[in-house]
Design a binder for this molecule. Structure first.
Ligand SMILES: Cc1ncc(C[n+]2csc(CCOP(=O)(O)OP(=O)(O)O)c2C)c(N)n1
Ligand SMILES: [Mg+2]
Length: 334
């Protein structure tokens, strides 16, 4: 299993140069969309932002293994890197941020971060932390009962492993050898609660108690996460059952736009993790392998910037849902 310092190359993982460029682009897009959202929030144009910054490698590395529209994704609120990888766009993200009618997640009815897409098999999360796990496990059971080789990826933060839902899902998936991959993005904090007051022992180690493999990976190394998730999805597809992946990472921003993280963590600590920025880290890998240079990077940055600006412009101008539509999509049959 790849951990920090190992030398697994993209070639060993069966990734082409075009795959690496796509992965890099998704990570960059997720970051730039997120940064733009904070500006809109501080300008008073967006009510609430919840960030993926720092977790892009974990999200893109894991989601890159899924077959969009066939496998299922039960993400959590930070997973914009995942949904962009599966096919949502920057425009979708801003339509959701501004709660416009065209928002693909909920037509402007839910808070940002509650990702959903029928075409991409992304199932919306409810607001309580951890409820996605039993639902994802149920979908994995459906795949098994139908004899299909679909895989379900579900994710959450380290604090979501403290709730009963996570343990019930892990146990049920273990009993029935279900094709589900549990990804825990351990970003060290649950709002103000640090990991040492949240997690007893090791999260990855808990999988042993439910009878399936649990692995810990460097969550800021996109190739390490891709490798772990590849092994997990292949195992699930072969009918051998679930895997737990604990991706060790860090939340670079405050919990949300409503949180002041200076109240509970030192700036020095944040700086140490900023040095391990997963995007910079992947850029270094790409540069060392002759897949990225200054000019290409500038070109990509410019493309992404343009995509983000066009998305903001479109979404700001887009209409809100009318009052008469308030209940549509809320009750079955409406
Ligand atoms: C059951 C429940 N309890 C509390 C909350 C409030 N809450 C929202 S996010 C969050 C922190 C979750 O931390 P973690 O799972 O580590 O994810 P992170 O936000 O760090 O990515 C809390 C306590 C909630 N939404 N649901
Ligand atoms: Mg956390």
């Amino acid at each position: 299993m790849a951990v920090e310092g190992t030398r697994t190359t993209h070639g060993d993982l069966g990734l082409e140069e075009s795959d690496l460029r796509s992965m890099y682009r998704y990570m960059l897009l997720a970051r730039r969309v997120d940064e733009r959202m904070w500006i809109l929030n501080r300008q008073g144009k967006a009510a609430f932002v919840i960030s993926c910054q720092g977790q892009e490698a974990a999200q893109v590395g894991a989601a890159y293994n899924l077959r969009a529209g066939y496998d299922y994704l039960y993400p959590y609120y930070r997973d914009s890197g995942m949904v962009l990888t599966l096919g949502q766009t920057a425009r979708d993200q801003f339509l959701s941020l501004f709660a416009k009618r065209e928002d693909p997640n909920s037509g402007g009815r839910q808070m940002p971060g509650h990702y959903s897409s029928r075409e991409l098999n992304i199932v919306t999360a409810s607001a309580p932390v951890g409820v996605q796990y039993p639902q994802a496990t149920g979908t994995a059971l459906a795949f098994k009962m139908r004899g299909e080789d679909g895989v379900v990826l579900t994710s959450g933060g380290e604090a979501s492993t403290s709730g009963g839902d996570w343990h019930e899902a892990m146990n049920f998936a273990g009993i029935h050898d279900l094709p589900v991959v549990f990804l825990v993005e351990n970003n060290v904090y649950a709002i103000s609660v640090p990991e040492n007051l949240q997690v007893a022992g090791s999260i990855a180690g808990r999988a042993a108690g439910y009878g399936f493999p649990g692995v810990e990976v460097d969550g800021n190394d996109v190739l390490a996460v891709y490798e772990a998730a590849k092994q997990a999805t292949e195992r699930a597809r072969r009918g051998e059952g679930p895997t737990l992946i604990e991706a060790r990472t860090y939340r670079m921003t405050a919990h949300s736009s409503d949180d002041n993280d200076r109240r509970y963590r030192e700036r020095d600590e944040v700086e140490v993790w900023r040095e391990k920025d997963p995007i910079v880290r992947f850029e270094q890998y790409l540069e060392e392998n002759g897949l990225l240079d200054g000019e290409r990077k500038e070109e990509l940055e410019a493309q992404v910037r343009e995509e983000v600006e066009a998305a903001v412009e479109y979404a700001e101008a887009a209409p809100y849902a009318g009052v008469e539509e308030t209940l549509s999509g809320v009750y079955a049959g409406e």
